[in-house]
Design a protein around this ligand. Sequence first.
Ligand code: ACM
Ligand code: ZN
Length: 476
Amino acid sequence: MITEIIPTPKKTSYFQREYIYNGETVRTSLDILLGEEEYILEITFEDGITIIGGSERAVYYGECTLEQIIKQTNGRLPAMKIEDEPKFAYRGFMIDCSRHFFSVDELKAIIDTMSRLKFNKFHWHLSDDQGFRMEIRALPKLHTEGSVRKGSNFGSVRSKSKYSGYYTREQMKEIVKFCSEHYVDVVPELDIPGHCSAIVHAYPEISCRGRKVAVKTTQGIFKDILCAGNEKTYEYIYKILDEMCAIFPSDTFHIGGDEVPTENWTHCSECKNMMRENRLETYDELQAFMMNKVITYLERKGKKVICWNDAVKGDNLKKTVIVQRWLDRKNQTVEWANEGRKVLMSDFYHTYFDYPYEMTPLKKVYKFRPYLSNMDLRGRENVIGMECCLWTEHISSNSHLEYMLFPRACAVAENSWGYGRSNWRSFLKKVNNFKYVFRQNRIHFAPRRDWNPLPLRRLFGTLKFLYKIKPRVKEN
Ligand code: ACM
Ligand code: ZN
């Protein structure tokens, strides 16, 4: 029998005779000569089942593979050997908990499912214009006031009710622990200097105008960003990061940098002073200068830092930063990678799962390749992996989130593990076989009829979605 494992293993060999599995313990061991995420799973008639891994995580991946084999063979396992390791070191998923707040248990069901698809990074988007979601004891107004908005006016999500929620330190640690038990690293994001209305609401003194603004109830790009010229801004950012570092052991942090309107900087004497003192000529350079200070702060604490590709506007952004490419700047991304910068691929048109299946069908996600044309060998080596993103302005509930994520995440699992990208029919079988995990975790995955809508439905679905996201409420 041919097994259908997702993500497709690097190498599978079959032998004669089957092995009947009766629930006995599987023999596992570590071999430091194997790669960090590499494992060998052997099933033989004579010796039963063994998994050898380069690390505990690799053994876990072997166990995930074995479980899929057991489920689809009903325990009559073919004698076989799987030698497996991923092509990409970073296999991530991002969940925006600012626009929509998900409970710890809701997140756990998703994390467990994703880990069994061998994702290894949970990028946790915890701050944005519509709510700040971390308990920060040194700056308590961030969570007591910055987590509350007066309503929700996003596309089809419309409510006049107060919306609030934040994760306590204990809850964040619980997620970190759960992730570590599933061999997933948490990459927490503090999005600066834009998308900071909730921070400015709590502490207006670190914005250029010093005025209190509302925690936003609509989506958009808002101009009250953090002041880049005020030392207090950095003092506050460092306080937040200090607390984050105490909670999140991950060696990688995200500091946003996307969609930064610099209009207020152009009217701010402190921002202008900062530019003069540091011989910065453009506001893009000022943004890069600001990011650099924060990157340096985190690097001194042993962290690697990711920024969205928007932050690479000024040529002065530190080269050590990992650039997460989501939109535009295709040619520049190729240049950055070819010249030695690390890049992470989250293409808006293929891996943004807040957009409906009519806009981003499963097959389109499956066809996505993380390498860009014109990337040379060095450029390709600098692609650290892929991440799918779930922004949640338009997400009405946890089951809606799960519907948007699954099974599209299965295609990202395939592409980021890297070996199963040319056999669509086999991929569909794999997704089908994986449904037992969805059921175990009570995941509301999208039904098959929705995965690849026909052209007319795609057109109408797209128009309907785009019409709904037009803002109908004006915000200051
Ligand atoms: C983004 O989607 N604003 C990174
Ligand atoms: Zn300023």
